[in-house]
Design a protein around this ligand. Structure first.
Ligand code: ADP
Ligand code: AMP
Length: 214
């Protein structure tokens, strides 16, 4: 089962992708997480990506496409995977389709987690990320057991720089301009499924399970 998560920044792609990965036992591939790990480790890729991420802009296609195409060819992806945050532009989607066609494969589902812009800034300002393992929480909707401390690894939680309201507004603009056209792209490919992302996390997940099957 090969799945793409679509949706605005903060719509809940990562939250649902993690649950899908656990239920269907497939890898969760988040390009944002890959870039943040590279930034943390001070790699050349991380340094390049950071300059774009800090401004709320997309990292150029050439820095992200090969990374994902190489990743999905690894052995653990043989039974499928869930892509979170990729593709984010039409050229990325086309490059993915092309690379899969070469090996006789194609994506099965593009799940659009639909949340209106009005909800997004509030969602993002309450999002907290663990500095250790990158786990994501929300002050109101997905709180940790002990405030400010990761349930999984015990490290400190922070507000991501790119989740500050000004950057979120910028990212939303970038989303509408560059990523939203993918909705038509995957509608035309016949694999788009839209789910209401404004309801409770577990209810969103149940709708997705109804689509993917038990
Ligand atoms: P994305 O990966 O699309 O950027 P996240 O999965 O990180 O978004 O979710 C953004 C924030 O909103 C997180 O703090 C998360 O805990 C919270 N969140 C996710 N889904 C829901 C939901 N259905 N209702 C309320 N809050 C949610
Ligand atoms: P995310 O964690 O998915 O919200 O991604 C955080 C940031 O990483 C984005 O705002 C972009 O700057 C960058 N990024 C992640 N995935 C991509 C992608 N597929 N294409 C371009 N930039 C990306």
């Amino acid at each position: 089962m090969k799945i793409i998560m679509l949706g605005a920044p903060g719509a809940g792609k990562g939250t649902q992708a993690k649950k899908i990965a656990a239920k269907y036992n497939i890898p969760h591939i988040s390009t944002g997480d890959i870039f943040r790990a590279n930034i943390k480790n001070g790699t050349e890729l991380g340094n390049k990506a950071k300059t774009y991420m800090d401004q709320g802009l997309l990292v150029p296609d050439e820095l992200v496409v090969d990374l994902v195409v190489d990743r999905v060819k690894q052995d653990d992806c043989a039974n499928g995977y869930v892509l979170d945050g990729f593709p984010r532009t039409i050229p990325q989607a086309e490059a993915l389709d092309k690379a899969l066609a070469v090996i006789g494969e194609k994506m099965d589902y593009a799940i659009d987690v639909d949340v209106p812009d009005e909800n997004i800034v509030h969602r993002m300002s309450g999002r907290r990320a663990c500095v250790g393992c990158g786990a994501t929480y929300h002050l109101e909707y997905a709180p940790t057991k002990v405030e400010g401390i990761c349930d999984t690894c015990g490290k400190e939680l922070i507000l991501r720089d790119d989740d500050k309201p000004e950057t979120v507004k910028k990212r939303l603009g970038v989303y509408h301009e560059q990523t939203q056209p993918l909705i038509d792209y995957y509608t035309n490919a016949g694999i788009l499924k839209t789910v209401d992302g404004t309801v409770d996390i577990n209810d969103v997940f149940q709708t997705i399970v109804n689509i993917l099957g038990e």
